[in-house]
Write a protein that binds this ligand. Structure first.
Ligand code: PLP
Length: 405
């Protein structure tokens, strides 16, 4: 059963808007910029509740034998049983777990690393959850939540990252995020558009990106280029892509608290390694400006959601000059049908991007994008066409870059 069928049983379920930003598209020289705005999702300010609700429902339905995968059936099955949900969070996931616990009649304990704002903590306790402050980073909070859950027979650990031996719930969380992709497909189709050319997604542990990559790589969506964006203070995915294996990085302070994760989810890693076109990092300064830019365009986004904004993205995309072939804002977004390339200065600086970027491989973003663009001009032919056209001509200048260090 697709997760969206379960989500439809939740009070207040409605697709979030897909915002069309024509002025931004014109400014960037692309055909269309669309933003999936997740500022209000089932009454919470993030997409995270899609994953938490679906995973909790699956786990509790299995444990207590719910008659169906609906909120009412899960709540009925839980009634009379002691259940405590455990989760570590940098904000949104913990609030989502706390919210879902209240919906299904369970208790919740949420572990917080330092850096989580007082507002985020209060929002979690307002849902009725206990909070535990952990002396350590996000990874330490995850370890503590897992350890405490292991000692509690009523526990269900609802973590949005995975590791060896803990994969079932995180996969359900990723499956829950698929609702966001499915809604977007419907909304893009309703606009009369084909599949997007580029999808940009923010990465913390990479579960959202895993859902997006699985969606676009798992069906005939025309194979859009997929680009991940991380905070430059927590660039675990970029480091892993460089190393060719999953590695952890120390995490610095960042306003992108939801992206402040030092280790990519074990389940996400192979999907991202094989499915992404590339990964880039953005700085707090870039993201702060992007939040303001998006607000001016009427898009309500926090720093995590603004991370893949075209302001930073246009800079990495145009290193070396030339036309932006791809770019777009977030929570995650797509640009459709890049228009003919034309030299465009960076909208922010009016010039070349600032600090030097090191060209970084994901799996040859440039090659993938070249293949993608040459394979889908206005009407896609049965066979791949040779690289041609103005957008493809801009490709040699396209870089997948990450700030060094
Ligand atoms: C608003 C927002 N965007 C993106 C992310 C990143 O998601 P993931 O950790 O699955 O990569 C988070 C994580 O907390 C978030 O809160």
């Amino acid at each position: 059963m697709p997760a969206i069928d379960f989500h439809r049983t939740l009070p207040g379920y409605a697709p979030t808007p897909l915002r069309d930003l024509p002025s931004l598209a014109a400014e960037l020289g692309v055909g269309r910029v669309l933003v999936k705005e997740e500022a209000s999702r089932l009454g919470l300010p993030s997409f995270k509740v899609l994953g938490a609700s679906y995973a909790v429902a699956r786990a509790l339905a299995d444990r207590f034998g719910a008659a169906a995968l609906t909120l009412d059936a899960v709540r009925d099955a839980v009634r009379g049983h002691a259940v405590r949900l455990y989760a570590a969070t940098d904000g949104n996931h913990g609030r989502a777990v706390a919210h879902v616990a209240a919906l299904v009649g369970a208790a919740a304990t949420v572990y917080l690393p330092p850096g989580v704002t007082e507002d985020a903590r209060s929002a979690i306790t307002a849902e009725g959850a206990r909070t535990v402050e952990v002396d350590g980073d996000y990874d330490a909070a995850v370890a503590r939540a897992a350890a405490d859950a292991a000692g509690d027979p009523t526990a269900v650990l609802v973590q949005d990252t995975s590791w060896a031996g803990y994969t079932e719930v995180p996969q359900w969380i990723v499956d829950g995020y698929a609702t966001l992709c499915q809604e977007t497909d419907d909304q893009v189709a309703a606009l009369g558009l084909g599949a997007p050319d580029l999808v940009v997604v923010p990465v913390g542990v990479g579960s959202l990106a895993q859902a997006v990559a699985s969606h676009y790589r798992g069906a005939d969506h025309g194979g859009p280029a997929l680009l991940a964006v991380e905070s430059d203070r927590a660039a675990a995915l970029v480091a892993s892509l460089r190393a060719g294996e999953r590695v952890s990085v120390p995490v610095g302070e960042t306003i992108m608290t939801g992206l402040a994760c030092g280790t990519v989810s074990a389940l996400a890693w192979p999907v991202l390694r094989d499915g992404l076109g590339g990964a880039v990092t953005v700085s707090d300064d870039q993201v702060a400006a992007a939040v303001e830019d998006l607000a001016r365009l009427g898009v309500d986004s926090g720093p995590c959601g603004a991370a893949p904004s075209p302001r930073p993205a246009s800079c990495w995309g145009r290193r070396g000059g030339g036309a932006p072939s791809v770019c777009g804002p977030t929570p995650w977004c797509c640009c459709c049908r890049p228009r003919a390339g034309r030299p465009t200065p960076c909208p922010r600086t009016g010039s070349e991007p600032g600090p030097p970027s090191r060209t970084v491989p994901a799996r040859s973003f440039r090659a993938r994008l070249a293949a993608h663009l040459s394979a889908r001009p206005s009407a896609r032919p049965a066979a791949r066409r040779p690289r041609a056209g103005p957008a493809a001509a801009a490709l040699p200048r396209l870089r997948c870059a990450a700030r060094a260090g």
